[in-house]
Each structure stands twice: as C-alpha cells, then as structure tokens.
Design a protein around this ligand. Structure first.
Ligand SMILES: *Cc1c(COP(=O)(O)O)cnc(C)c1O
Length: 461
C-alpha cells in the first residue's frame, strides 16, 4: 500500500472548538497579538510545541494505574530503569521532572566559570543551564545545517574539524563534549551514526566524556535507518543502542521521544559523577527512585519507550512532516528543507520579504495563520532572539515560524487543513503588515510582549 496511515485507532477524543475569523480577530486583539496569551480552547490546531503534548496510548493509561507511589524502592522505578537501559546501556539512570532538571544537575557538576562546552547546537535550556554556571556554550554545527533551503541528509551533524581544532586549542577548558539529537534549535535535523561515532572518538581521544542530549533519539534513529548507507535493514532499537554506546552520559526530556506529558532523566556511567548527581537530585528533585516524578509517571514512560521505537509509528511520524513540507514547497511557500523530525519551519523572512526584520515578519505570519485558520505556531526569529542585553535590538539570523507537531495527536485531515490555511495566507501575503512592540519585558520577551500591527493585517475588500 502506498498510503501511510496513522498506525492507531482513536479511543478517547477531545473536541476542537470551532471559531470564526471575526472571533479570532477579537481574540488576537485581546491577546495583543501574542499567541502565548491565547487560551488553548481558542486554538483549532495547536502547534506551539511537541513537548509534553503527546497522546498517551491505552497501555500507557493502564500503566498509570499500575504506578506504585512508594517513596523508596518502588517497582515503577524498576520498570522505568529497565526500559531506559534496554535502549540506552548506561550504568546509572537518574529520573528528573524534566530535561532541564537533568541539565541543571549535570552542569552544576561539570560547568563553572572559564569552562567551555561544545555541541552541534545547544538547545536554549541547555545553553541557559551552562551559562548559569558561568561556563560558555559553543555551537559547532556543519555549515550545511545553517542554510534553510539546502538539501542535506544530516543537517544536525557536528563540524568535526572545528571540534578537533577546539579540543586541541582549548583542551584545559573543556569538561565534556555534547551532541543534541535531533538538533532541535536547527529544525529537528538529525546527526548520522558516522558523525556521532566520530565526535565521540574525538572527545574520548582527548580524554573528555561525550554526552548526548537525546530528547528525539527515536526520530534521529529513523533518519539514520532511512538515510545512512548500510543502516537500512537494521532494527531501530539496535541503532539506538549503537548511538548511546558512543556516549558516557545522556540528558533526556521524556516530554519528547518517550510519549510523556512530563519527565526526564540523566543517565551516566561514571560512579563518582553519579553519586554527586544523586546528592544534588535529593536536594532539588527527590529521592533517586522517583526524581521529580510520581510512580505512575515512571510507569507511563517505561511503556512509552517501548512504543516510540515502533517502526510503523516512526514511518508515520516522519512522513507527516514530509507531506506538509512537500505540499508547501510545491506551491512555492518557502519552508526549511528537508522536513525536520518534529516540526515544519516556515521561512517568514522570505515569504514576507516586504516586512523588515525589525517589523517582525515571523510574528506577523504566526498571527496571520491564527487569524486564517486558528492554527497556533511560534515565531523563531527577531522577537525571540533580537533583544540584546543592553536593550538594543538586532535582527536574528533567520525569521522562522515553527509548527511543532504533537505526537499521535493530529491526523492527515488536520495536516490538509493546516496546508490550506498556510496557502491562503501565502495568497494574500502582500496584505500582511509588520508589527511594532507596544510593551516588552527585559528578557525572554516572546512569552509576554505586546504587539500592534502596523496596519490592519487583512484590510476589508
Ligand atoms: C525540550 C528540550 C530540552 C529541555 O527539556 P524540558 O523537558 O523541556 O526541560 C533539552 N534539550 C532539547 C533538545 C529539548 O528539545
């Protein structure tokens, strides 16, 4: 069969509340054109994030009931630990309430002033937790990964020459080498097994632990299976084990590739580091057999990990984004190519080329999509990155709108609706005006800033 179907039936549903364009215009105005200020019941298709938004399976809900809430020694922890170790063969598995908690613990031990931690691209919480210790986070992505239109199978690869040069020049400052799979900040683009192995070998040759930020490990493994020569006949769990056997530690947000609504972990091999991490865990998260989680969460994650490596799921997951990107690309809408694992990125800078970066084309496009179809995406551009610490502004490297796909939540007709909304906005892109900021906080302004359109976005005909 050529048609790739959603490999599940739907047992529990949440109604989507339909709204009219006039209602959405009023909602946008009340929210000061900031989509973070809109209530989820006013959104038809919510693509703000893929984090914690997955639909759990019937087996996960059953596992919730099996959860044992004992403070110490819960069998839920045993099931969680066994499920993690089946895919990621680390000696110590330490549960946390989210990925960033694992990062905070790890970098409180490895970071500090004068330290320098390289990665392909640090995700923003990773960077934040490194910088909070006084250390520097350095991105060493291959050049191909920074060109939105360029087709390359592994745009998340580490620049190995740059890594080797840095390890030689700054060895004393580097406590570890990191790699994010898939590269979230770069559009969900994967790293190849060959690149992961080579980066690991370089780190270890210089005596540095190699640490994987593994939030989207299953999506990355699927890209390896389907794009890397020699990997096509291999089972996904085998590829996953190969990936993590290159690493000395990992951090994980279970809100991504573990089908969790909450959760994370830190896993590592070094006994001394694990002991120090558990001591911090007890201070900030909880006892080592539950971390910041309930027993039922641990059981849901254990079950989720067995489902995330299913090939029928991964084929549908990756195909869903490819389908949207192919349709948009064929219609001349500028999109980041190839499709990433967890999101579709619209290139608002190119689509709305008549809007200068400091009039926020990404924000204008995100609002236009909401007005057109009730679709909620997220500006990744000058609103998010442009505000400098001294209060001045400079344009971001790219003006993107991210449409992040929750796992197992939307169907192909939702994708077709999304495409229709984007094409309708593209049809009248010349009527879309830029925005000015009416109010903003001193930092992380994208969450709470208030915007005014520079002219009516859709003038009455
Ligand atoms: C989401 C994410 C994190 C942080 O995880 P949280 O669970 O949101 O704290 C870290 N790294 C990457 C690549 C992520 O996508």
């Amino acid at each position: 069969m050529k048609t790739i179907i959603e490999p599940f039936r739907i047992k529990a549903v949440e109604p989507i509340r339909m709204t009219t364009r006039a209602e959405r215009q009023a909602i946008l105005a009340r929210a000061h054109h900031n989509l973070f200020a809109i209530k989820s019941r006013d959104v038809l298709i919510d693509l703000l994030t893929d984090s914690g938004t997955a639909a759990m399976s019937a087996e996960q809900w059953a596992a919730i009931m099996r959860g044992d809430e004992s403070y110490a020694g819960s069998p839920s922890f045993e099931r969680f630990e066994t499920a993690v170790k089946a895919l990621m063969p680390f000696k110590h598995v330490i549960p946390t309430h989210q990925g960033r908690a694992a990062e905070a613990i790890l970098f409180s031990l490895l970071g500090g002033p004068g330290k320098l931690i390289p990665s392909n691209t640090h995700f923003d919480t990773t960077r934040g937790n490194i910088e909070a210790t006084g250390a520097e986070a350095r991105d060493l992505l291959i050049a191909e990964g920074r060109d939105p239109m360029l087709i390359h199978p592994f745009k998340g690869n580490m620049d190995l020459a740059a890594l080797e040069a840095l390890l030689k020049a700054e060895s004393a400052a580097i406590p570890c080498v990191m790699l994010t799979i898939t590269n979230n900040a770069g559009g969900g683009q994967p790293a190849s097994l060959e690149n992961i192995r080579a980066a690991s070998a370089l780190a270890r040759a210089h005596g540095k632990p190699f640490i994987i930020d593994g939030c989207r490990f299953a999506e990355n493994a699927w890209f390896i299976k389907t794009r890397e020569p020699g990997q096509e006949t291999r089972a996904i769990p085998d590829i996953v084990r190969d990936i993590f056997s290159c690493a000395d530690a990992m951090t994980m947000s279970a809100k991504k590739d573990a089908f969790g609504n909450i959760g994370g972990w830190l896993a590592l091999n070094d006994d001394d580091l694990a002991e120090a991490a558990r001591a911090r865990l007890i201070l900030t998260e909880g006892f080592p057999t539950y971390g910041g989680l309930a027993g039922r969460d641990l059981d849901a994650l254990a079950q989720g990990l067995s489902e995330i490596v299913d090939e029928d799921y991964l084929r549908y997951r990756i195909r869903a984004n490819e389908y949207v990107v192919e349709r948009l690309d064929a219609a001349g809408v500028p999109v980041v190519r190839p499709a990433g694992g967890h999101a579709v990125f619209l290139d608002a800078g190119r689509m709305l080329a008549h809007i200068p970066p400091l009039a926020y084309p990404g924000q204008a496009l995100a609002c236009a999509l909401y007005e057109e179809g009730g679709v909620r995406g997220c500006e990744i551009g000058t609103v998010m990155f442009g505000l400098q610490p001294d209060g001045t502004e400079k344009p971001a490297a790219m003006e993107l709108v991210r449409l992040a796909m929750p796992r197992r939540v939307y169907t192909q007709s939702h994708a077709d609706y999304l495409i229709e909304a984007i094409l309708a906005v593209n049809e009248r892109k010349h009527d879309i005006s830029g925005m000015r900021i009416a109010w903003q906080p001193k930092a992380l302004r994208h969450f709470t800033a208030r915007f005014d359109p520079l002219a009516p976005a859709f003038p009455e005909p």
